[in-house]
Each structure stands twice: as structure tokens, then as C-alpha cells.
Ligand binder design. Structure first.
Ligand SMILES: Cc1ncc(COP(=O)(O)O)c(C=O)c1O
Length: 391
């Protein structure tokens, strides 16, 4: 293969959130980090070359995207997801979470209810409560590791709480579901019926495996276009999170304009020049690299599955349909949240995301970021296996 995803890069002393701030966050220095969702792989060469070229030019004045930028976006979304985008519907921001928070502010008033399906990416709950809105949770159903939406509960909670917005995680972090067109249709119809706006976070959309296909929420039904914002970003896909660039697609003109005004009100206008350069290069030239990476990640999934079933059978792992996050069921260990957290940190020497932070249903689970070389993954699982002896 042209790309060597087995290569281990030393990320220590690079101001990496994942590798360099253990002590500040109360973790031992020698901990092996597989928590925050960035990857231990270098971005595609074409992205690095484009960034180098800009850096060599040496002038970093204000910038704005041109037609080549939007053409790269258009080409990517059409070829990867069958989604036909129009440039003027995109708004560039510094991140998906930033977009979600801004959307919550324009779509709802103080104390209005916003619904999420937990366990889910924990900043969803924070973005609701930090903005003074009421958090409503509909728990996903877990049937032997296969998660589904509890549609009756979802609709009942919307009615009972007069919910105004829903933050959808599509595909779903941390449970790894790639929602089907039918599931999205049912969700969307409920939202349409009750006047609920859908903020669809699709940042993991490029990581779907096997025969699973990502469905852009607004493509499911014409009427969904007006009641949704699609939050996209190249940052998970190409490992660019520190460059802070995201493209939020809002079809409804009024909401689009309100969103732009909200950004203005926060003092945000021109995007980061390096983020724009990287995003354009990645979408224009990164397809082959991503295809190679997905093969490697699929092998990592197989590796985890085999390793756990052969060596740590007290844990369960249902392979994800999408994302690069493994959701490990540790409930058979019978540990409380804090006992499990201490076991993972102190006995296994691993820095993972503890399941309970994703919501009540996450209790007893650990999330492993497997976007790393196989040797790192193997070392992590070996630490886990050895630690099991202490129980
Ligand atoms: C579902 C989801 N949304 C958003 C983000 C973060 O996006 P950003 O850095 O653009 O705010 C992540 C990162 O892990 C994520 O998993």
C-alpha cells in the first residue's frame, strides 16, 4: 500500500492535547492515550504540501473561500455521499461544536427544550445546558451491542417538553451506528410533525465500513431540507482538528441569515487561512488516502474483535458500523463508574473516554479511539489484558 499507517510518529512534546497534557488532567505521565478523537496518522501529503506552500509564502492576511474551495466541497459530498450541495448554503465556522452552539442560540430561547439521544458525544449536553436551554434525553435502546432509537420515547418526550430542536449524531459517536435511511425518515417525520429543528452532526460521515452507507439527513426527504442544518467538517476525516474549520449547510434562507448574524455577533467573520487551505486540498485530493485509511481502520476493528474474544472474554465488543471509536462493554466486571475509571487509568495505564460521560446509558462502557497504528492498539489491549489479572 502507498500509505504506511503502521508508522508510529512521536507526538510527545508537540503540544498535543492527547499526548502532552496528562499531568494537567490528573493522569499519570506514562499513560497511553486513546481518548480524544484525533488520529495518530499524518494528514495526506497533498494537504501538507498545500499548507507548506502557504507557509512559505509567509503572508497570513485575512482570507475567504473562493470557487475552488466550494468546488472541492461539492465534488466530495457528491461523490462520497450522493449529496448535491450549493455553495451559498454553506457557512464556514471554526468547528462543529461552535456551529451547534450557535444554532441552539438562534433556534431556541432560554429554557426551551433540546433533545439528544444518549449515550452520545458529551459536548451535545453541554452545548444545551451551557446556553441555558433545557436538556431532554431519549435513551438509545441497546440490544446486545446493537443500538436503536426508541421512537415512541423520542416522540413522547418531544411532546411532553415542547422540544424545539434535536441534535442528531449521524453516524453516532460513541455507539458506532450508521443510521439507515428508514431510521432517519422516521426521526425526521416526528421532528417535522412537532416543529422540531434537526441539527445533524455528520462529522463522522466519511468513516463507514463494509456495506454501510452514510445518509445525509436532509437528502432523505425534500421537507427535511428546511428543518435541518447539516454540520460537516474535514477535520475528523483528514486529521485536521487543530486547524478548526467546519462547513455548516443551512438550506432555509431565514435561518441561514440568522446564523450568519449570530456568528457576526460573536465577532467571527473570516475563517482561519490554514484551515481553508487544508480543507480544500483534502477534499480535492484526499480520496485515495481516505480509502486506504478505511481499509486499515477496518483491520483495526477486526484486530480488536479477535483480541478481545481470545484474550479478554469478560469484555464485549460490537464492531462499529461507522466512526473510529470502539465502544467496549465492561459491565461484566461489575465495577462502579469510579472503580472502572480507576482500573483503566491506574491498573491498565490507559487514557480512554469513560462511558458514563456520554450519559447514563454509557455507564460500564469505555470508548477506545482506534485511529492509531496497530502496534499502539496492540500495546493498549495488552495493557488491558494484563490489568485484568488485578481484578
Ligand atoms: C460527533 C462529534 N461532533 C463534533 C466533534 C468535534 O468537532 P469540532 O472540533 O469541529 O468542534 C467531535 C469530535 O470528537 C465529534 O465526535
Amino acid at each position: 500500500m502507498k500509505y504506511d499507517f503502521n508508522k508510529v510518529y512521536d507526538r510527545k512534546n508537540t503540544n498535543s492535547l492527547k499526548y502532552d497534557f496528562a499531568a494537567e488532567r490528573g493522569k499519570p505521565e506514562d499513560i497511553l492515550p486513546l481518548w480524544v478523537a484525533d488520529m495518530d496518522f499524518k494528514a495526506p501529503d497533498e494537504v501538507i504540501t498545500a499548507l507548506n506552500k502557504k507557509a512559505e509564502h509567509g503572508i497570513f492576511g485575512y482570507s475567504e473561500p473562493d470557487e475552488n474551495y466550494y468546488s472541492a466541497l461539492h465534488g466530495w459530498f457528491l461523490s462520497r455521499h450522493g449529496w448535491n450541495t450549493q455553495p451559498h448554503k454553506f457557512v464556514i465556522t471554526c468547528g462543529v461544536v461552535f456551529s451547534i452552539c450557535s444554532l441552539i442560540r438562534i433556534l431556541t430561547k432560554k429554557d426551551d427544550a433540546v433533545i439528544i439521544c444518549q449515550p452520545v458525544y458529551y459536548p451535545f449536553a453541554q452545548s444545551v445546558t451551557d446556553n441555558g436551554r433545557k436538556l431532554v434525553v431519549s435513551e438509545l435502546k441497546n440490544d446486545g451491542g446493537y443500538y436503536t432509537i426508541d421512537f415512541e420515547d423520542f416522540e413522547r418526550k418531544i411532546i411532553e417538553n415542547d422540544v424545539k430542536a434535536f441534535i442528531l449524531c449521524n453516524p453516532h459517536n460513541p455507539v458506532g451506528r450508521v443510521w439507515t435511511r428508514e431510521e432517519l425518515l422516521r426521526l425526521g417525520d416526528i421532528c417535522l410533525k412537532h416543529g422540531v429543528f434537526v441539527i445533524s452532526d455528520e462529522i463522522h460521515s466519511d468513516f463507514v465500513y463494509g456495506n454501510y452507507n452514510h445518509t445525509v439527513f436532509s437528502t432523505v426527504k425534500k421537507e427535511f431540507e428546511k428543518i435541518s442544518a447539516i454540520c460537516t467538517a474535514p477535520t475528523k476525516t483528514f486529521n485536521l482538528a487543530g486547524l478548526h474549520v467546519a462547513n455548516t449547510y443551512i438550506s432555509d434562507d431565514e435561518i441561514h441569515n440568522k446564523f450568519v448574524r449570530e456568528l457576526g455577533g460573536q465577532g467571527y467573520s473570516q475563517p482561519n487561512i490554514m484551515g481553508l487551505v487544508a480543507c480544500q486540498a483534502a477534499y480535492a485530493h484526499g480520496a485515495k488516502w481516505l480509502d486506504g485509511l478505511k481499509v486499515y481502520l477496518q483491520e483495526n476493528i477486526d484486530f480488536i474483535r479477535n483480541y478481545i474474544s481470545e484474550n479478554i472474554p469478560r469484555l464485549s465488543f460490537a464492531p462499529p458500523q461507522g466512526t473510529y471509536l470502539a465502544w467496549i462493554d465492561c459491565r461484566k466486571l461489575n465495577l462502579s463508574d469510579s472503580e472502572l475509571e480507576n482500573f483503566i487509568t491506574d491498573e491498565a495505564g490507559l487514557w480512554l473516554d469513560d462511558g458514563y460521560i456520554f450519559g447514563k446509558g454509557g455507564s460500564g462502557f469505555e470508548r477506545i479511539n482506534f485511529a492509531c497504528p496497530r502496534s499502539t492498539l496492540k500495546a493498549a489491549l495488552e495493557r488491558l489484558k494484563t490489568a485484568m489479572r488485578s481484578l
